[in-house]
Design a protein around this ligand. Structure first.
Ligand code: FES
Ligand code: FES
Length: 153
């Protein structure tokens, strides 16, 4: 069928108008008494990349605010935007439990219809991987040791 129809309205809205596209600086973090975390992840599948910014409250480990930047395709932008939103208000440990499958589900218009075609699933995997990179930076750990959720790509 028509490729266009394989994308949910949520994906189309967020790729055209992401809500959390942007960045935070050390200045922003200092002003609010929060810790800045900046993490990158690049996809081996397509060479695209995403950068995630968190402002974390060091007393509670809670992600108070978040932004992202992307070199990715439309699905990557929509997935990164949703992932960024899902991390806000969670602790770093809670955020680590978010997978690309959660992101894809959150982007569905209808619970039984995939948000994007299966060959774009790897674009959403970056959204999971960059969370782990950010969590590793915050904890001062190695990202590969923290990566244990099941992902589908
Ligand atoms: Fe797409 Fe793994 S990232 S195959
Ligand atoms: Fe590279 Fe989608 S094709 S992130």
């Amino acid at each position: 069928g028509n490729v266009w129809e394989q994308y949910s309205n949520k994906v189309i809205d967020r790729m055209n108008n992401p809500k959390y596209l942007g960045e935070f600086t050390e200045e922003d973090a200092k002003k609010r008494g929060l810790k800045l975390v900046v993490a990158d992840f690049g996809s081996e599948a397509c060479g695209d990349a995403v950068r995630l910014y968190w402002l974390v409250d060091p007393k509670t480990d809670k992600i108070v605010d978040a932004r992202f930047k992307s070199f990715g395709c439309g699905t990557a932008i929509a997935s990164s935007d949703m992932m960024t939103e899902l991390t806000i208000g969670k602790t770093v440990d809670e955020a680590m439990k978010i997978t690309n499958l959660d992101v894809e589900k959150a982007l569905r218009d209808d619970p039984n219809t995939p948000a994007f075609p299966p060959q774009k699933m790897h674009c959403s995997v970056m959204a999971y991987d960059v969370i782990i990179e950010a969590a590793a930076k915050y904890k001062g750990k190695n990202a590969d040791e923290l990566r244990d959720n099941e992902i589908v790509c």
